[in-house]
Design a protein around this ligand. Structure first.
Ligand SMILES: [Zn+2]
Length: 165
C-alpha cells in the first residue's frame, strides 16, 4: 500500500549541498528536520565548486569543467527558489575526496569556507557549514567557522551524536 503525499508548496528555507554517500544521509536529514530544503547532492558535496590547486593539472582541468556546470545548477536553484540560507555538509572518510587526494578536516574546512564566501557574496544568503566527523562509531557534527580572512579556522561541536551504520 502506498502512502499519500501532499505537495508542500511553501517557500524554500534553504538549499543544502551534500555528498551522495548513503552512510551519512540519515544524519544530514536529521539535521535538516522538517525545513523546506532543496537538496543538491553530488559526490564530494561542495568540493567540485572549490576546485584543486592548478599544479595538479588533470584534476584542475577536470574540476574546472565539472565545477562550471555545477555552479550553473546551483545558480539555477538559488535564483529560482530564493533560499535565505545555504547549508554545506562535509564528511569524514569521503571517497570522492580520497580519490582526489583532498580529504582531511583542515582541507575540507578550507574548501567549505572558500565556497561559503562565494555564496554569501554572490547571493547575499546566510551560509551554514557543517562537518560530520566519525568518532567511535558515531557521527558527530561540528559547525565550521573562520576569521574574515580565513587565516583562522575553528570547529565547534553542536549536536548530539548519531549512530553510524
Ligand atoms: Zn563523500
Amino acid at each position: 500500500m502506498s502512502r499519500i503525499h501532499r505537495l508542500d508548496s511553501g517557500p524554500v528555507e534553504a538549499l543544502a549541498i551534500l555528498c551522495s554517500d548513503y552512510r551519512f544521509r540519515r544524519a544530514f536529514m536529521d539535521h535538516l528536520g522538517d525545513k523546506r530544503v532543496d537538496l543538491f547532492v553530488v559526490p564530494g558535496g561542495c568540493q567540485v565548486l572549490a576546485g584543486v590547486p592548478a599544479h595538479r593539472f588533470f584534476f584542475w582541468l577536470f574540476l574546472k569543467i565539472v565545477g562550471f556546470g555545477t555552479a550553473q545548477l546551483v545558480d539555477f536553484l538559488v535564483k529560482r527558489h530564493k533560499p535565505t540560507a545555504i547549508i554545506i555538509f562535509e564528511h569524514e572518510d569521503c571517497g570522492w575526496r580520497k580519490w582526489l587526494g583532498r580529504d582531511g578536516k583542515k582541507i575540507q574546512m578550507k574548501d567549505m569556507i572558500k565556497v561559503g564566501k562565494k555564496f554569501s557574496s554572490r547571493y547575499g544568503v546566510a551560509v551554514e557549514m557543517i562537518y560530520a566527523s566519525l568518532e567511535r562509531g558515531e557521527i558527530k557534527f561540528y559547525r565550521c567557522s573562520a576569521s574574515a580572512d580565513a587565516s583562522f579556522l575553528s570547529f565547534s561541536a553542536f549536536a548530539k551524536s548519531l549512530k553510524f551504520r
